[in-house]
Ligand binder design. Structure first.
Ligand SMILES: [Zn+2]
Length: 447
C-alpha cells in the first residue's frame, strides 16, 4: 500500500519532472552525490556547520568573526558562524550601493534527534552511536571546543513493541521510561581512571570511549553536548534509485542546496552586475522553537545586515537606511514539508509567511528558468508549525516566501525519504533566485 502510494505520487508529478529532467541531465551535473556526502558528514548541527564552513573556505569565502570590526567591500564574499551551529554567508554585488536589499535563503542546521542526558536517564530511541562536541581542558588551563564522532554502534534502545497495545491505542511510548539506551552489560561508576568521580555527570565508560576518540585523558573533558545518531549512511534507494534514504533531510537538504546555490552563483564574475547582497542564513534550534542565541529568534540576521550596511557605508548608518534596505530585501525560507508536491510556495494560513506577492515572485523566478513549482496549502483542519519564516518575517519585516523540498511521511523520523530529483530542482531554483531575483523584483512594485 505504501509502495503504491509513493508510485502514485511520483507518477502524478511526471509532467513537471519532464521539464526538470532536461535541465538536470547528467551533463549539466547533479548535486545529489555531494548532498549524500554532506549528510554523511553532518551527524549533528555542529558537524553540519563545520562542513558548511569548510566548503565556504574552499570556495574562497572570507571567514569573519562577530567579535571583530568588519571591513567589507563590493564583490567580497564572507561568512561567520555563531556557536558553531548557526552560519550566515553572504556575497556583495559589485554594483551595490548603500540601502540596496538582501536576497536571503534561510534554513536550519538542527534536526529532531535524541540527546544524551547526564548519567543513566538518557532520552532516545532506536539509536546506535553518538556525535557532537566536547569542551576540552588544555594543559595551560585554557579550554577548547572539539567535534567528536564515535563511528561504531555504541548504544541501542531495546524496545519491546509487544509491551504496547499498538492496535488499540496507537504507538505511544513513554518518553521517560521506554527509551533508555543500552551502553554496556555493566558499568563501573568507580572507574579507576577517574580522578574526581563525584564530578562525573556521565558514565565513566562513555567518557573513556570519547577520550580514546579524541586522544585525550577522560578527565580533560570538561563538558559534552552529544546527539544520538543513526549509524546507517545516507544513500540512494528505490527500484530506480530515485529516492534518498537518510536522517536529517529536514533541514540539511535545504541547507546544502542553499549553500551550494550561493557558492555556485557567486563566482569571480557572477557579481559584476549585482546590485543586491546574496545571503544564506542557517539557524540552529528550529525544531525546538528557535528561541536561543543561535536560533532564528535571536537578532543574528538583522544585526548582520546592519553591520554589513554599516561597513559598506563606512560610517555609523542612519536607522532609516537599514529599514530601506530591509524593505527591498527578500527571504526564501526553506523548510522541508510532508507533501507530494514539488516546491511549496504558499500556505493557507498566516502561520507561514508566504503572501500572494512573495509566492508570485518566487514562482516567476522558476518560470524564467523552466523550473517547476507547486503550491502547498495546509489543510484547514490541520495547523502548520511555527517556524523560521514567520519569525523572521514578523521580527525583521522582510518579505518572505516559504518554500521547501517535499518529503514523504517519514519526516522527523530517524530515517527520512525524499525524491532525488527534488534536490536538483531546489538547488537550481535557489541558484536561479540569486541570479535573477534583482531583475524579477524590479517588475513588481507593491507599496
Ligand atoms: Zn522539522
Amino acid at each position: 500500500m505504501i509502495v503504491y502510494s509513493l508510485y502514485f505520487i511520483f507518477r502524478n508529478r511526471a509532467s513537471l519532472l519532464d521539464i526538470h529532467v532536461l535541465v538536470n541531465s547528467p551533463a549539466s551535473g547533479s548535486i545529489v552525490g555531494d548532498l549524500l556526502d554532506y549528510l554523511n558528514e553532518s551527524w549533528t548541527q555542529f558537524h553540519a556547520t563545520a562542513e558548511a564552513k569548510r566548503q565556504l573556505v574552499a570556495a574562497g569565502f572570507h571567514h569573519l568573526s562577530e567579535n571583530d570590526d568588519w571591513e567589507l567591500k563590493p564583490g567580497g564574499r564572507y561568512f561567520f558562524t555563531r556557536n558553531m551551529s548557526c552560519l550566515i554567508a553572504f556575497a556583495i554585488g559589485e554594483k551595490y550601493s548603500v540601502g540596496n536589499g538582501f536576497h536571503v535563503i534561510a534554513a536550519h542546521t538542527d534536526s529532531p534527534c535524541l540527546k544524551l542526558k547526564p548519567k543513566s536517564n538518557y532520552l532516545m530511541v532506536n539509536v546506535q552511536t553518538v556525535a557532537g562536541r566536547v569542551i576540552l581542558r588544555a594543559s595551560d588551563g585554557s579550554f577548547q571546543q572539539k567535534l567528536v564522532k564515535v563511528k561504531r554502534p555504541l548504544l541501542r534502545v531495546p524496545f519491546i513493541l509487544t509491551g504496547f497495545t499498538v492496535n488499540q491505542d496507537g504507538f505511544k511510548p513513554n518518553l521517560e521510561t521506554h527509551l533508555n539506551p543500552l551502553l554496556a552489560t555493566k558499568h563501573d561508576d568507580a572507574s579507576p581512571d577517574s580522578k574526581d568521580k563525584s564530578k562525573s555527570y556521565h558514565h565513566p565508560l562513555l567518557m573513556q570511549i570519547l577520550s580514546e576518540e579524541l586522544g585525550c585523558e577522560a578527565d580533560d573533558i570538561a563538558n559534552i553536548e552529544l546527539n544520538i545518531c543513526d549509524t546507517q549512511p545516507s544513500c540512494l534507494g528505490g527500484a530506480n534509485n530515485e529516492f534518498i534514504f537518510s536522517g536529517r533531510l529536514d533541514n540539511l537538504a535545504s541547507s546544502f542546496c542553499a549553500l551550494r546555490a550561493l557558492v555556485d552563483s557567486c563566482g569571480p564574475k557572477d557579481l559584476s552586475d549585482e546590485h543586491a547582497i546574496r545571503m544564506v542564513a542557517l539557524f540552529d534550534n528550529e525544531e525546538v522553537g528557535s528561541d536561543s542565541m543561535q536560533g532564528a529568534g535571536a537578532p543574528t540576521m538583522f544585526q548582520a545586515m546592519k553591520r554589513i550596511i554599516d561597513s559598506l557605508a563606512n560610517q555609523y548608518i542612519r536607522e532609516s537606511i537599514v529599514e530601506c534596505a530591509i524593505r527591498q530585501s527578500f527571504l526564501g525560507f526553506t523548510k522541508n514539508t510532508i507533501d507530494q508536491n514539488c516546491t511549496r510556495v504558499s500556505c493557507a494560513n498566516q502561520r507561514y509567511a508566504t503572501s500572494g506577492t512573495t509566492a508570485f515572485l518566487f514562482k516567476e523566478v522558476g518560470k524564467i528558468h523552466s523550473l517547476p513549482t507547486q503550491d502547498f496549502v495546509v489543510r484547514n483542519d490541520m495547523g502548520c508549525g511555527s517556524t523560521i519564516g514567520p519569525i523572521l518575517a514578523s521580527g525583521i519585516g522582510i518579505r518572505t516566501v516559504d518554500c521547501g523540498i517535499p518529503q514523504l511521511i517519514s519526516m522527523h523520523s530517524v530515517r527520512e525519504i525524499c525524491g532525488k530529483e527534488d534536490i536538483d530542482i531546489a538547488y537550481n531554483h535557489f541558484k536561479a533566485f540569486y541570479q535573477t531575483f534583482s531583475s524579477v523584483d524590479r517588475k513588481l512594485n507593491v507599496d
